[in-house]
Structures are given as structure tokens and as C-alpha cells.
Design a protein around this ligand. Structure first.
Ligand code: UDP
Ligand code: MG
Length: 139
């Protein structure tokens, strides 16, 4: 899979606010191809495992509550340089610092409820994709 896929979640705030379509439009018009996608909901165990790297951070409990409170859209995206280009498209973790026109600048409310996830490395893109999708769900 080299450097051409990344994994994203449209987080519960994006689904609640009716922003699925607008965010997907931004993603696909920026040159990403949808390889896999589903509406799903994380269990507490899922969110704790997915964000295990942050388990000692003060925001961990709130992050798990937020990420499990409603459905998300999980997707695998393909593009050359996918991880880096998608991080550029979503903008900084804190939407107040996210560049104009980025997804977090346009759709996120706060550093905690920040609309979308994007993998931070090729290794994590592969791990996170496999966490959510089986081979037969990838196209
Ligand atoms: N987060 C938070 N408070 C913080 C930093 C992060 O609530 O001070 C949440 C936020 O939802 C973020 C997620 O934890 O997207 C994972 O944090 P990370 O630093 O990995 O940011 P990301 O990679 O999502 O930009
Ligand atoms: Mg991260």
C-alpha cells in the first residue's frame, strides 16, 4: 500500500450536524478516491484501542466519550502522498489554528470536537484501515 492510502473518520459532530455530504465532497474534489467507507459507531473498547497512544493524556476520557456518542463515517482514501496531503486538507488539530479552507477550519468547533480524523503515518494508515475494514470491504 506504500504511501498512497490514508484512513479517516468523520467524527460524531460531523454526522450530528449533517456535514457528511459536504465533507465527502471536499475530500473527493481534492483528488482522494474512496477505497472503503461505512457508517458505524465505535464502542468504548474500540475508541480506547484506537486512541491508546493518548491514554495518559488529560483529555482521554472526554475523547472516548465524544468518539462513542454517535455514528461516524469511517473511510479509506487513496491518493499519491495520501497521509501528508490529507493532513494538509484537514488542517491543524485545533480548528482555531487550521488554515482557511481546511476541513477543520470549515467544519470543526473546538480542539476536542474537530470534525475529522486523519492518519499521521503510512504505518498507522494501514493499522487503522485494518482496524475498521476487512479486505473484501476495500475496493
Ligand atoms: N484532542 C483533544 N484535546 C487536545 C488534543 C487532542 O480533545 O488537546 C482530541 C482531538 O479530537 C484530536 C484527538 O484527540 O483529534 C487526537 O489527538 P491528536 O493529537 O492525535 O490530533 P490529530 O492527529 O487528530 O490532529
Ligand atoms: Mg493523531
Amino acid at each position: 500500500m506504500a504511501n498512497n492510502i490514508t484512513f479517516t473518520m468523520l467524527k460524531p459532530d460531523s454526522v450530528e450536524k449533517g456535514n457528511i455530504g459536504a465533507i465527502l465532497e471536499k475530500i473527493t474534489s481534492s483528488g482522494f478516491r474512496i477505497v472503503a467507507m461505512k457508517l458505524t459507531q465505535l464502542t468504548t473498547a474500540d475508541a480506547e484501542a484506537f486512541y491508546a497512544i493518548h491514554k495518559d493524556r488529560p483529555f482521554f476520557g472526554d475523547l472516548v466519550t465524544y468518539m462513542t456518542r454517535g455514528p461516524i463515517v469511517a473511510a479509506i482514501l487513496e491518493k499519491d502522498n495520501a497521509v501528508e496531503d490529507f493532513r494538509a486538507l484537514i488542517g491543524a488539530t485545533n480548528p482555531a489554528e487550521a488554515a482557511e479552507g481546511t476541513i477543520r477550519n470549515m467544519f470543526a468547533d473546538s480542539i476536542s470536537e474537530n470534525a475529522v480524523h486523519g492518519s499521521d503515518s503510512d504505518d498507522n494508515a494501514a493499522i487503522e484501515s485494518a482496524f475498521h475494514f476487512s479486505g473484501r470491504e476495500m475496493f
